[in-house]
Design a protein around this ligand. Structure first.
Ligand code: FES
Length: 351
């Protein structure tokens, strides 16, 4: 069987109706992409009949190389050795960071997209934990909330976000996370999954602080501070931490990502991934989810349609649903980042 023709290297966003039948073009020759117009008759390909099981927006594969026909599975990113680079000019307005009430610095980009950096002196203190809300409903988020936090020597408060998944990422330091009486060792670049209605506590027996972020989906901005650790623990997911593992990394042309926490590994609707990008600027793209990115190393610019702002390690980026964006890395050694989005799907699915 010959390879299908690549109609384009990004999926088509289509509003489908529950119960309606669609015929997806598998040959890539149709002029009515992503659907069939009869052009396959000169080939060995047949269109794929697909019935929508729900109404809503779907991303139909246009590269014709998806393994999840007819929907995009991110395979279009594998069709070249080099990730698609931006062609847009440099007309975007440079946005400065403005000090916020509370002391954080924020650069507001298009459509509610922003970058926030939190000086140490702005952090709020509770016991051995310092924290600051970087994403919440007041910032325009509809689905997720996120805190940056540090835990100095000792035990953090016992926290619970009722009804929500909490996903932690330890950026530096080492210690343990207790979830419902089950203890897990954590160190730099470790993701941790806490299921709904479970509580957690971070312990740092070292002198170096544990620097982390806490993401909560669906958003819940007022944690419960508990006096005692409840025993609630979802035994169907015994393993709760995941560190960097090269055997689990997935390539996207000349960049890679590794899902640390996700639906397949931890049964959570939140996806947390760690990624690395080379010195480059990706083409603008969008996702069907709200996303947050934290820069771990490297510098560059966050671009939207009309604006851009510099980013550096420690910065948190909030991307509203469908926000066109690209992240430029200007560091010769590349940029390392942690991303998180909700609801769950592959980080490679973009349009
Ligand atoms: S467009 Fe084909 S896999 Fe995404």
């Amino acid at each position: 069987m010959p390879s299908p023709t690549i109609a384009r290297r990004k999926p088509y966003l289509v509003e489908v109706k529950e119960g309606k039948t669609y015929f997806w073009c598998a040959c890539g020759l149709s002029k009515k992409q992503p659907f069939c117009d009869g052009s396959h008759k000169t080939t060995d390909f047949e269109p794929l009949k697909w019935v929508a099981d729900e109404s809503g927006e779907k991303l139909f594969c246009a590269c014709k190389h998806t393994r999840g026909q007819p929907l995009c599975d991110g395979s279009h990113n594998q069709l070249s050795d080099v990730y698609e680079e931006a062609k847009e000019g440099d007309g975007a307005a440079l946005v400065d960071y403005q000090e916020q009430e509370g002391g954080a610095l924020k650069a507001m980009l298009d459509n509610g997209c922003y970058v926030i950096r939190v000086p140490d002196e702005a952090m709020l203190k509770r016991g051995s934990m310092q924290f600051y809300s970087v994403i919440g409903s007041a910032d325009g988020a509809n689905q997720l909330s996120q805190y940056v936090a540090t835990v100095t020597t000792g035990e953090s408060p016992i926290l619970r976000y009722p009804g929500s998944d909490a996903v932690l990422f330890v950026g530096s330091g080492k210690g343990t996370v207790n979830i419902g009486g089950h203890e897990f060792a954590v160190s730099a670049e470790t993701g941790v999954c806490v299921k709904p209605d479970e509580a957690f506590q971070v312990t740092n027996n070292d002198t170096a602080p544990i620097v982390m972020n806490i993401s909560v989906c669906p958003h819940c901005e007022t944690p419960e501070f508990l006096d005692e650790m409840p025993t609630t623990f979802d035994v169907s997911v015994p393993d709760r931490v995941q560190g960097v593992d090269e055997s689990k990394q997935e390539a996207m042309a000349d960049r890679f990502f590794q899902v640390l926490i996700g639906d397949k590994s931890h049964g959570t609707p939140v996806t947390q991934f760690i990624g690395e990008i080379p010195q480059s600027r990706a083409a603008h793209h969008r996702h069907l989810y709200e996303e947050t990115i934290t820069i771990l190393s490297g510098e560059g610019f966050m671009w939207t349609d009309e604006t851009k702002t510099p980013v550096q390690p420690g910065d948190t980026i909030f991307l509203p649903l469908k926000q066109a964006h690209s992240l430029e890395c200007t560091s010769p050694d590349g940029m390392r980042l942690i991303g998180l989005f909700y609801p769950s799907m592959s980080p490679a699915i973009n349009y």
